[in-house]
Each structure stands twice: as C-alpha cells, then as structure tokens.
Design a protein around this ligand. Structure first.
Ligand SMILES: *Cc1c(COP(=O)(O)O)cnc(C)c1O
Length: 386
C-alpha cells in the first residue's frame, strides 16, 4: 500500500535551515534584529499600517490582549464555541468568564446574530476565531461591536492570508493574534504574533511581554539600567524562531496558492456527493484554506467513524476540528455546566464533520489521491451519485 498522507506537516526547506544556522553562527539569540525584521515584514504582509509584536505563542498573544484591555473578574467576553481551547483559556486566565456564541453552519464562524445573543450587561469584549481560515464577516461584526463599545480580539491562528472585505484578518479588530505552531500556515516551531493598529497598545504589550521592563535593550543608555513600572511576563520569541518565520513568510503566497488548489480539488467530489463543505459564503471573503471540513449526514450517530477508518486504511490522514465545542470540554463543562443543544451548529460540526488535508505538503498526486479516495467512500457510505 502507498504511504499515508499526513493531515498536516511543516514545510521546511534548506532556505529555512540556513536562516536558523545563520543566527547560530552569531551571539544574539534573543532581543535582536531577526525579531524586529520579522515584525516589520509581517506588518507589511498584513497591510493597513498595523504594529506587530513577536511573542512565544498565539495563546500568549491572546493572554496579553485581555491583560492589556484590563478585563478581569466580574467581566464577560463573548467567545466562539467552535474554536481551539486557547481562544477561551485566555479569557479564563484573566479571571473573566467566556460566554459562548454558536456558529453559522455554512462557515463554522460566529455571526452578528450569534454574538448578539451572547451579549449581556457584563460583556467587555468579543473574542472570535476565523474558523479553519474562513474569515468572519468583519464589517458586520465591527459595526455591532462599535455600537456596543466592545473591542474585538481576532484569533487568526489558522488564517494567515484570509481577507474579509479586502482587509487581512486581524487588522479590523482591536487586536489580532497569529500562531506559528508547526502545522499552521507558517511555522517558527513555537511562536506567535500580536497585531494591532494602535501604537499605544503595541508599546504596552511590548513591555508586558518582557517582564514589564520599561525600555528595550537598544533604549538603555547605560547598559543594565532599567525600571519596572508594571507586572509582566516572559512571552518573547527567540532570534532562531524569528529567522525561521521570515523565510517561511517569504513563501507565504506559494503556501496559500497550493492550499487553495488542493482545497478545490478535494472539494469537488464532496460537493458532488451533496456534502456540506465549510467555506466562505460570499465573494468578498477570501479563505486561507487551512483544511477542508465536510459535514457528514446523521449527526453524532452518523457514519463518521466508519469513514475516518476507511480513509486511514486508504492512507489519508484526517483530523477533527474540533472534537468538542469548547464549552463541552470537561474544564468548561464542570465549571459552567453545559446543556446539550445549546450550540447546535457547533455541536453538529464537532460531532459529524471530518477534516481533510489540503496543506502544501501534498503533492499533486497526493491531492488527487485524497479527492479520489473521498469520492469512492462517499459512494459506498453515503450512497452518493459519483
Ligand atoms: C493553534 C491555535 C491556537 C494556539 O496557538 P499556539 O501558538 O499553539 O498557542 C489558538 N487558536 C487557534 C484557532 C489555533 O488553531
């Protein structure tokens, strides 16, 4: 049998390895020019004159966003129910309460309506995610947020390259956060980016990320002299990571084109079989195509397990995004209680969808194989007309 196509794999080249090695030939491993250059280059990639701050992870960026907003005990933040747990954990870590919003069944994203349903008098912010790289409708959400005076924190961990109404995600809200974990669009092994249009927010977060120290190394007239006016953390990115991020970012357009082509190829037999494939719903939204999620019929009692097994046997790796809506995970369920059926669309996606690989690690042959396998299985298990 042919080898298994993994669901995701970092795409590393000699250029990446040489960049890391160049840093290792010197003595500056942190607080250096690679992080600074990566911040500028990422800002240029996003556009809209944003400020970027390198951090140790997307989770760190989310934590910094809520710390800087001064959100805490007694406050609520509306959070997407269908997301990575980090989107909600960041709210928990500042002592506030996440109130979960359901999603649109066609995209997996929160909508102005589902957000509005979760807003109370204690709501202080909106924490959304661009699900699997499909952009939320940012114009409509920003209108709603501004009407309520609520800052929007955009979790863009799977959305490098996604645009809503022409703007890159992460630039319309108060803050955008990105992840460079190995299987995201770009990798720095571990790492993330904090993004904001507000220079004052970026300046405060730079300090918060480095112990609350009041000046960077370059700003110290006498070496070693500094003061600490605020509490802080160490959420910095290293120079090795930033060097890797820069060469990866240089290939972003190639990564995105391959993802889009693979997505279209795998999508075709699925939509022909009558399955719902989550995707952007209008022409002004550009997906980053992190992966392809197809919702199978029959909900929790449906054929998913059989299909995932058959795909594994045929050498096609899959994943589940996400195995539970966040409020149904034990920590949140135990803390806040959970009523089945309260987030019906998020539950359906968790219980009945299968997520297929479309990353740049797929060769053309791999993409054809995924599409052909999926088409054959759809015929056997779903009685689809192939
Ligand atoms: C991966 C991911 C995160 C966490 O990113 P880290 O960089 O590992 O902290 C957060 N949100 C979403 C949507 C993710 O996919």
């Amino acid at each position: 049998m042919s080898t298994t196509i993994p669901f995701a794999r970092p795409w590393l080249t000699d250029e990446d390895r040489a960049a890391v090695d160049r840093v290792l030939q010197g003595h500056v491993l942190t607080h250096g020019p690679e992080c600074e250059a990566f911040e500028h280059e990422f800002a240029e990639f996003l556009g809209d004159d944003v400020h970027c701050v390198t951090v140790s992870s997307c989770m760190a960026a989310l934590h910094l966003a809520y710390l800087d907003l001064g959100i805490g005990p007694g406050d609520e933040v509306v959070v997407a129910a269908q997301t990575h747990v980090a989107t909600a954990h960041a709210v928990e870590w500042v002592g506030a309460r996440p109130v979960f919003a359901d999603c649109d069944p066609a995209t997996g994203n929160v909508t102005p309506q589902t957000i509005a349903d979760a807003i109370t008098t204690r709501t202080r912010a909106i924490g959304l995610v661009h699900f699997l790289g499909i952009p939320c409708d940012m114009d409509a959400i920003i209108d709603l947020a501004q009407a309520g005076g609520l800052p929007v924190v955009e979790d863009c961990a799977l959305a490098v390259g996604a645009r809503s109404a022409g703007r890159h995600v992460g630039t319309a809200g108060h803050v955008g956060t990105f992840s460079f974990y190995p299987v995201k669009h770009l990798t720095t092994a571990e790492g993330g980016m904090f993004v904001t249009r507000h220079a004052d927010v970026a300046a405060r977060v730079r300090r918060l990320r480095a112990f609350g120290v009041d000046r960077g190394h370059a700003e110290r007239r006498t070496p070693g002299v500094y003061d600490v006016p605020t509490l802080g953390l160490n959420y910095r990115m290293s120079e090795l990571q930033a060097a890797l991020g820069r060469t990866q970012l240089g290939r972003a357009h190639e990564f995105l084109t391959r993802r889009r082509d693979n997505f279209e190829r795998v999508r075709e037999p699925l939509t022909e079989a009558g399955l719902r494939v989550l995707d952007a719903q209008d022409d002004s939204a550009e997906s980053a195509h992190y992966a392809l999620s197809a919702v199978l019929p029959g909900g929790a009692g449906g054929p998913r397990e059989r299909i995932v097994e058959a795909l594994a046997e045929a050498g096609v790796g899959t994943s589940l995004y996400y195995p539970h809506p966040v409020p149904r995970l034990s920590y949140y369920r135990d803390r806040y209680g959970y009523i089945d059926g309260f987030h019906p669309h998020a539950e359906e996606i968790s219980d009945a969808s299968v997520t297929l690989p479309v990353g740049p690690h797929l060769s053309d042959d791999d993409a054809e194989r995924v599409a052909a396998t999926v088409a054959a299985l759809a015929e056997v298990h779903l009685g689809a007309r192939a």
